[in-house]
Design a binder for this molecule. Structure first.
Ligand SMILES: Cc1ncc(COP(=O)(O)OP(=O)(O)O)c(N)n1
Ligand SMILES: Cc1ncsc1CCOP(=O)(O)O
Ligand SMILES: [Mg+2]
Length: 529
């Protein structure tokens, strides 16, 4: 099962509501190509027909309200969307009609328990500089509360905010204001050559507004997503491609933050392989689901003390200096346990990696238990990781520490690294894998793969298809450990994703004979695929 695409059999339906670009590089044409390339079935609702080439927009004719409504209703009754991308809306009455229609549909969908992500790319001007929508003063406020994400570029954001965005701070403020005005997350794109501060590299600002299914600490956070600028004039349809890729990835069940980073990687790869067709700017190539980590952006939380995006050259140099201890021998079947009795039992059974996970920070015998676990690890020549309690792990020289994304904010990684401890980091998405990977940990745990009762999770079970995608992205970088709901019945399917290692809790701690359970699971894990 090395090919992750083999795992997602059914193509989810995605709609694009946008204008036709007769030149084929942008609009509906770019959207359909992108959505299809990203393994979705694309339906189209055409808002306007443009007579357009790579150098000019000769004529724009919007479709009638009757035609717009008829396309929406016809599709809704047979081909309901898993996600919607909205592009060119040619005039205010189209905005009003669509917002009204979406509001009614949303109520129907919510009654059925369906939440459909809606991504709005507020298209105003074509790459050649010609206006596409009539009237600069389009009012998008009817969409308030109906959108998941709006994706203006810096010039569009300046128009929407009715202000110049000559500084990073002004851009952050305008994006946050827009997110409040429309009650939506915002992706302010700095990919086009805009003001001086976004010329050096492509810096996009993601303002998260109550994003579903991600860590509490990220739901309302803002992030810079930075990539090196791809130097090419063939950038016609970049915004359409990005927003339709975001919709397509969300239709596959990925959270918003994941969809944004995958779409950015998709656009970066597309720009690198872009090509010229007419006399003007050419278009992006379609390069399928991105699998090259190098195409993904660097992610940085926006903080009040340091609001600026990271400079990529320096951050990469620093990251390689700061790598954590490498894992030479595979972690293998990795038990995670809450007490010393079971820890010793499993070491006796042959566990070579084990984690002590005591969740109560006030546990009376916490430090003593940590000392004891580390000492048992030495006796049995096993690698003992301590969960959460990184200061005690340093103090007593554990082999390593395991931390979650939330723990990262409160811990001192430099101290851990100089004490030469190994570091495992949790992740629950592409986005968190990128965040974790930037610290160059010793391994990244990914989960939960299947439902679990061991821990209350903010995210949904990831499943095998997603696991396979992450494994393929991270192969050769550092070990990926799958965790969550893994037991004797699911082990073989997890192994088939080619993940490096597996961590288990209940499959061992709730077994009637934990030693026998470890031996059996370990044998199955070590066996050839
Ligand atoms: C191997 C492994 N993977 C993931 C976790 C979870 O860590 P974290 O997200 O910090 O959650 P808690 O375990 O602290 O509840 C883990 N402990 N081990
Ligand atoms: C700590 C943790 N982090 C992600 S899933 C999980 C618990 C996994 O436990 P189990 O193996 O019992 O499902
Ligand atoms: Mg933790």
């Amino acid at each position: 099962m090395a090919n992750p695409d083999a795992l997602s059999v059914k193509r989810p339906i995605v709609w694009t509501i946008a204008g036709s670009d007769s030149g084929g590089g942008a609009g509906i044409q770019a959207d359909l190509a992108t959505m299809s390339d990203l393994d979705t079935h694309a339906c189209s609702v055409i808002t306007a027909v443009t007579a357009q080439s790579s150098v000019t927009v000769a004529l724009v004719e919007s479709v009638s309200s009757k035609m717009l409504l008829s396309q929406l209703d016809t599709l809704a009754s047979d081909l309901p969307p898993a996600a919607i991308k909205i592009g060119l809306l040619a005039n205010q009455s189209q905005i009003d009609l669509l917002a009204n229609w979406l509001a009614k549909q949303r109520t129907n969908w919510l009654q059925l328990g369906i939440k459909v992500p809606v991504i709005l790319d507020p298209v105003m001007v074509a790459t050649c500089g010609d206006a596409l929508a009539t009237g600069a003063g389009l009012d998008f406020s009817p969409f308030k509360g109906l959108l998941t994400l709006i994706t203006p570029n810096v010039s569009e954001l300046a128009v929407l905010a009715a202000t110049e965005l000559s500084s990073v701070e002004a851009c952050i403020l305008a994006a946050k204001n827009l997110s409040e005005t429309l009650s939506t997350s915002v992706l302010a794109k700095g990919g086009d050559n805009g003001p001086a501060w976004c010329q050096q590299q492509a810096n996009d600002l993601l303002v998260c507004v109550g994003v579903d299914g991600i860590s509490d600490k990220h739901q309302w956070q803002s992030f810079w997503l930075s990539s090196k600028r791809v130097e090419t004039a063939n950038n016609h349809g970049t915004g359409c491609t990005l927003s339709s890729a975001i919709a397509a990835v969300m239709a596959h069940g990925f959270v918003l933050n994941d969809a944004v980073v995958v779409a950015k990687a998709y656009v970066n790869a597309g720009l690198k392989a872009s090509y010229q067709v007419g006399l003007g700017p050419g278009c992006l190539a379609r390069t399928a689901w991105p699998q090259d980590l190098g195409e993904f952006p660097h992610v940085k939380m926006v903080s009040t003390s340091e609001p600026k995006p990271v400079l990529l050259e320096t951050s990469q140099a620093k990251a390689s200096d700061k790598g954590f201890k490498r894992i030479d021998e595979a972690l293998g079947l990795y038990p995670v346990v809450a007490d010393l009795d079971i820890l010793e039992t499993l070491l006796k059974a042959g566990a070579k990696t084990i984690q002590l996970r005591i969740k109560d920070p006030n546990a009376a015998d916490l430090e003593q238990s940590i000392i004891q676990a580390i000492s048992l690890g030495r006796d049995y020549q096993a690698r003992v990781f301590i969960n959460d309690h990184w200061q005690l792990a340093i103090k007593h020289q554990a082999y390593g520490v395991h931390l979650g994304q939330e723990d990262l904010i409160a811990s001192n990684l430099a101290q851990l690294q100089s004490a030469n401890l190994a570091l495992g980091l949790s992740s629950h998405s592409y986005f968190e894998i990128l965040l974790a990977n930037q610290h160059q940990p010793s391994y990244i745990a990914f989960g939960h793969i299947f439902p679990t009762t061991t821990k209350v999770m903010p995210s949904k079970p990831q499943g095998l298809a997603k696991l396979a995608r992450y494994v393929s992205l991270m192969k050769g970088e550092l070990p990926i450990v799958a965790i969550g709901g893994i037991d004797a019945t699911t082990l073989a399917s997890v192994k088939a994703t080619l993940v490096d290692d597996v961590a288990v809790v209940r499959a061992l701690t709730q077994a009637t004979d934990p030693q026998a359970a470890f031996k059996a699971l370990n044998k199955a894990w070590q066996a050839e695929v």
